[in-house]
Write a protein that binds this ligand. Structure first.
Ligand SMILES: Nc1ncnc2c1ncn2[C@@H]1O[C@H](COP(=O)(O)OP(=O)(O)O)[C@@H](O)[C@H]1O
Ligand SMILES: [Mg+2]
Length: 247
């Protein structure tokens, strides 16, 4: 997990943290998902250990996004079970569902950043699930405690964009914006990172930089990263494991 440590300077992840996997074992057991007559997923069984970088590849409509939604529990499976550690997602509701969503960091093809905000303010948005009471209300006015700003700056440093913290987000290139989105997800201190086509809008060079960043996060922090990808080449080059047949 990320922890601010003013004495230690700018390393966002301490070596001791990096040795401790923070992700749960993820288990899908006989998962199927149907939308009316469409079978988006059928009979998926897989176990993903902590810290693994998993690529999901498949044609358009193969069910890649649906699988990520089943993991974030924004959609419920029709059959089978999804477990994070001992926790069966089907049982989640109310506060436990909110907590589950806070521990899953999502990265999207279109970055999902507020373009007119400064880069740092976007990253600080990742801290919102950790704030309560007055701090949460103050954060809506973009006032964040020093503790949270410190974490956000470390996350930006981790993706190589600390020097851009005060710039408007829309002045950055697409690849840089995607790395800001990754910093925002890191600031959320998730247990698992799900990335839906994270490089589909980027040219080859920027795509490779984003993939390098995701790869490094999985290797250095023990966080599980599950990414849907269009390019089989990226999957082969970066992932520990490739899931290809979803339905
Ligand atoms: N909310 C939905 N309602 C109805 N059908 C859906 C919905 N979401 C996805 N589908 C269908 O499920 C299948 C898998 O979709 P999706 O997971 O988006 O595929 P992929 O991400 O691999 O392109 C497609 O046939 C799609 O039309
Ligand atoms: Mg998709």
């Amino acid at each position: 997990m990320l922890r601010p440590d003013n004495q230690r300077g700018s390393t966002p992840y301490r070596a001791a943290d990096a040795a401790v996997p923070v992700s749960p074992v993820i288990t899908l057991d006989g998962v199927a998902k149907r939308f009316q007559s469409t079978a988006a997923l059928s009979n998926i069984s897989v176990t993903i250990p902590p810290g693994q970088f998993v690529a999901i590849i498949g044609r358009s409509g193969a069910g890649k996004t649906t699988l990520l939604h089943c993991l974030s529990h924004t959609t419920a499976v029709t059959e089978g079970s999804v477990r994070f550690g001992a926790c069966d997602l089907v049982a989640l509701q109310g506060e436990s569902l909110r907590q589950h969503r806070a521990r899953v960091g999502m990265i999207y093809q279109q970055f999902n950043l507020v373009k007119r905000l400064r880069v740092l303010d976007n990253v600080l948005g990742g801290r919102l699930p950790h704030l309560g009471g007055a701090a949460w209300w103050l954060a809506l006015g973009r006032y964040f405690p020093a503790y949270d700003r410190d974490i956000a700056l470390r996350c930006l440093d981790h993706v190589g964009l600390l020097s851009r913290a005060w710039q408007r987000t829309d002045t950055l290139s697409g690849g840089e914006q995607q790395r800001v989105a990754i910093a925002k997800v890191l600031a959320q201190e998730p247990q698992v990172i799900l990335a839906d086509e994270p490089v589909a809008s980027l040219d080859l060079m920027n795509g490779a930089l984003v993939m390098d960043t995701l790869r490094r996060i999985a290797s250095e922090t023990g966080l599980t990263v599950i990414a849907t990808l269009h390019h089989v080449e990226y999957a082969r080059r970066y992932a520990d494991r490739v899931l290809a047949r979803l339905s």
